[in-house]
Write a protein that binds this ligand. Sequence first.
Ligand code: FE2
Ligand code: FE2
Length: 478
Amino acid sequence: MPLTPPIPILIVDDEADLRNLLVEALTDEGYAAAGAENGARALDLVHQKHFPVIFTDLNMPGGLSGLELLRAIHDEDPRTLGILMTGYATTEAAIQALKRGAYDFIQKPFKLVEIQASLERALEHYRLLRENEEYQQNLECMVEARTEEILGLKNDIERLFEGFVNASVTAIEARDPSTSGHSSRVAELTVGLAEAVNRTPNGPYGALTFTPTQIREIRYASLLHDFGKVGVREQVLVKAKKLQGERLESIYQRLHQRTLETMRDRMLEAWSQGQPFDRDHVGNLLRRQEEETRHIMDLVRRSNEPTVLPQEVARELDTLEDLTYQHWSGDPRILFEPSDLDLLRIPKGSLSAEEREEIESHVTHTYRFLTQIPWTTELAGVPDIAYAHHERLNGRGYPRRLKEPDIPIQSRLMAVTDVYDALTAADRPYKAAVSVERSLEILDQEARVNLLDKEALRIFIDARIYELTLGRGITPVP
Ligand SMILES: [Fe+2]
Ligand SMILES: [Fe+2]
């Protein structure tokens, strides 16, 4: 509050002459001076208006002493500065007065100039205090405004990042629509599992608590764990059968060509030997050829499935190695390329060793991608958590074949939810959806052979975390 003249000054003294003299002198100086004959009257006036400076006598008979008055005024209005006046001054009394909060001390009898000098000092001090207060208030407002600005900026950055993560998830799922929703479901399940770990009071993870920031870290790592799939060729990513598309089609074409050519050769041979056209003989010949072709095609079809290849089927595939057909150029050619047969001989699944390696490389791609992001210190663990989502406790995982102690707990939780979602997800091209019950059994078998973390799985099942995503892209409870 700035000081604007006339500045109110209060004089408290039981000696009327002195009081009036001072009131008059200060009024002449341009102040709004008022007088009070005792403490009670002074307090009355202070209730009515603010006095930046009060002069008070130290000893006033009956009622409050000067010091008591100053203390009472201070309680009422701490901005007021009090100046004590007394005729019985001792150094001790002066020190006491100043100690108890008086701004200054004047000894009676005094000259008017002493009062003026003390008053000017007090008003200057008062001004400085107010300026300081104002500065403080401005500073607080500025800090508040800046804090709000920074918080707004932080929210913007978080929203921006959230948008970027969602866009990345959309990109992964666009590459492989059959895994649509996988990343979000794994994030929801892993966060749910981590929160369940927090609620677990005993067992190996009894003492483990994930902070809200660590939970966010787990969420981002889960959402982006498969991002590296964008670096895997699409035909490998969505490969349902061992041989597909053009390669399979050309085998069928060659088989048909071979039938036709055999028929033509036989007929030409018969005619060149002067044999007459024998409808039954030709019919039988064609049937035998077609039967053989059907048999081979059936063998290819059976071998082409991504299920476990029975040994007798594998042996039968060996018989296809030497089959030939006549190429349009006139040269004999083999019917099955060795690389086609190698694919058909894949004992389990639809991927060759190289293709499997390519799929597995998604983890390394994910890690490379995530380490490009300048994570904040609190989210710095995201790349490592995602990097270990295919590692297994017994060292049989990939890509680094880490062993139990080197696999982050967060990744072990994610391994459970990732396998669960992969099993229950409906309609992947290379496998049918597995029921929830059967999936939990498979997870249990994997935990028993130390692939998955037993305690993580126990909590996943006991806390029924798997129910979080039921009905969303997965099979219903059997
Ligand atoms: Fe993965
Ligand atoms: Fe995954």
